[in-house]
Design a protein around this ligand. Sequence first.
Ligand code: G
Ligand code: G
Ligand code: MN
Ligand code: NA
Length: 254
Amino acid sequence: VLLRHDLHTALRDDQFELYYQPIVEAASGRIRGLEALIRWHHPERGMISPGVFIPLAEQTGQIIPLGRWILRRVCQDAAAMHVAGKRVVPVAVNISSLQFRRTGFIEDVQRALDAASLSPEHLELEVTESVLLDGAEQAIELIDQLKAMGIKVALDDFGTGFSSLSYLRDLPIHKVKLDRAFIKDITTDRHDAAIVQGIITIAHHLDLVVVAEGIEEEEQQQDLIRRHCDLLQGFRFARPMPREAVMALPDRLP
Ligand code: G
Ligand code: G
Ligand code: MN
Ligand code: NA
């Protein structure tokens, strides 16, 4: 109850901050983009995880103004980092399904790009299969519109929940992000390895780029290079960090 009220004032009082985690080319470790991850510095409770407050904001509807703020801030940050000559684009933003399916979402995205003078190919949106809850047609149409605007869409957390292979076939997405649950034991569990290999192979045949999340060890990186995974993300390379810290990173990680 307290948090719910606090969310309301947090936006006004500028308590949110965007962190950015690098996404690297698997074989070289070269930075190929960033994922934006929101943080809430609560005045009394300290740092609160988005895993806690994003679901709350979805329940209360506050995800709409919050989501709009996130889009604008990420576009501004992406433009600033790009202008500074850092090869850190595209920057990916997680989009809540409620925000995605709401009337006016496309206009919100366009306004955020315009306000920051950010080129659309420098923005990427991450959605999960829950955007399909009310039927696939609307989601397909929205992703097609974004694609026409020059914005790429990635399917996040793939392989868990109700992910279906037909989504890879039917959604006009550009990229699929393998959930870190499959990566954790990839070097020791042949079943996880089989699933990851299968998804990579299918995705490549469908002309999709594959990102593996949650890489923490070099052995996992080596394994995924052998399996021809395109891009990697995880603590092995870098944790989510403020924009200024991103600017200080070398071009190649770790
Ligand atoms: O950064 P962290 O691992 O704590 O994020 C936890 C969850 O919160 C992840 O599922 C992530 O997708 C989600 N999340 C993080 N930042 C954002 C954001 O800006 N918008 C939305 N909708 N979800 C986010
Ligand atoms: O649901 P989504 O994929 O958007 O969530 C991304 C989340 O994963 C972020 O909260 C980020 O902090 C977390 N994350 C990123 N890299 C790693 C990692 O190597 N290990 C673990 N455990 N979490 C990670
Ligand atoms: Mn994500
Ligand atoms: Na994910």
